[in-house]
Design a protein around this ligand. Structure first.
Ligand SMILES: CC(C)(COP(=O)(O)OP(=O)(O)OC[C@H]1O[C@@H](n2cnc3c(N)ncnc32)[C@H](O)[C@@H]1OP(=O)(O)O)[C@@H](O)C(=O)NCCC(=O)NCCS
Length: 190
């Protein structure tokens, strides 16, 4: 699956599956992220992304992981702009997701497209539920999840962390979703 589009400023972007040879590019991409963006993703002050995590991200287990990379592609060279992944639970019924978009690329619809693509893949795999943890103060991610139909719930991690959950069963369509700039309300038939 590759999704291609141009931003309002005409920059060509695409979302594709991560590849083993992306490790170097990911390493560079993470080094460009602000402390705030890293904190929102990892819920802790992170100076450097552990090599082990980078290796895991770029060498996903196809049965359990789905990792998508958003890149700027000018036809010659790629540069990372966002990353999203989910990991399927041992029982194989639900998955946990996380995503991150580079500071200068935020607010351009990349996060929404990445989350959409994760949900599409989770449905394709027949999973029942997709969920992720988010800092309670992270209103941007919470709003993004809500507009994609996720419920925002208490988590087991205490009041500072919320759980975003989307049921993928027959009635799991978003209550409110965007389509080509329009807001659609109400459940759609399965
Ligand atoms: C949260 C995060 C992933 C959102 O990514 P993003 O690419 O900025 O998200 P989007 O651009 O799709 O949507 C964010 C906002 O931009 C708006 N937007 C989308 N396209 C836009 C455009 N072309 N021009 C202006 N605004 C736009 C959206 O309407 C949305 O606004 P809203 O929050 O008021 O509804 C990103 O901010 C991030 O990486 N944060 C740090 C890490 C993190 O918080 N991860 C989540 C924990 S799992």
């Amino acid at each position: 699956m590759t999704l291609k589009w141009r931003t309002a400023r005409g920059i060509q972007l695409e979302i594709r599956r991560v590849r083993p040879d992306d490790t170097k590019m990911l390493h560079w991409g993470f080094s460009q992220l602000s402390r705030e963006t890293l904190y929102k993703r990892f819920f802790a002050s992170v100076q450097q992304i552990p090599e082990e995590l980078l290796r895991k991200v770029s060498h996903p287990d196809p049965a359990r992981d789905h990792v998508l990379l958003a890149v700027r592609n000018d036809g010659f060279q790629e540069a990372p702009v966002g990353l999203a992944r989910f990991h399927v639970s041992p029982a194989g019924k639900r998955c946990e997701f996380a995503l991150i978009v580079g500071d200068r690329w935020q607010h351009q619809g990349i996060g929404r497209r990445l989350l959409d693509a994760l949900v599409v893949e989770a449905r394709r795999r027949g999973l029942q539920r997709i969920e992720g943890l988010v800092l309670a103060e992270n209103q941007e991610m919470i709003r993004l999840a809500e507009t994609q139909g996720f419920a925002i719930l208490d988590s087991d991690e205490g009041p500072t962390i919320r759980l975003m959950r989307l049921e993928l069963g027959a009635l799991g369509w978003p209550r409110r979703m965007r389509y080509k700039g329009m807001e659609l309300f109400g459940r759609l038939p399965a």
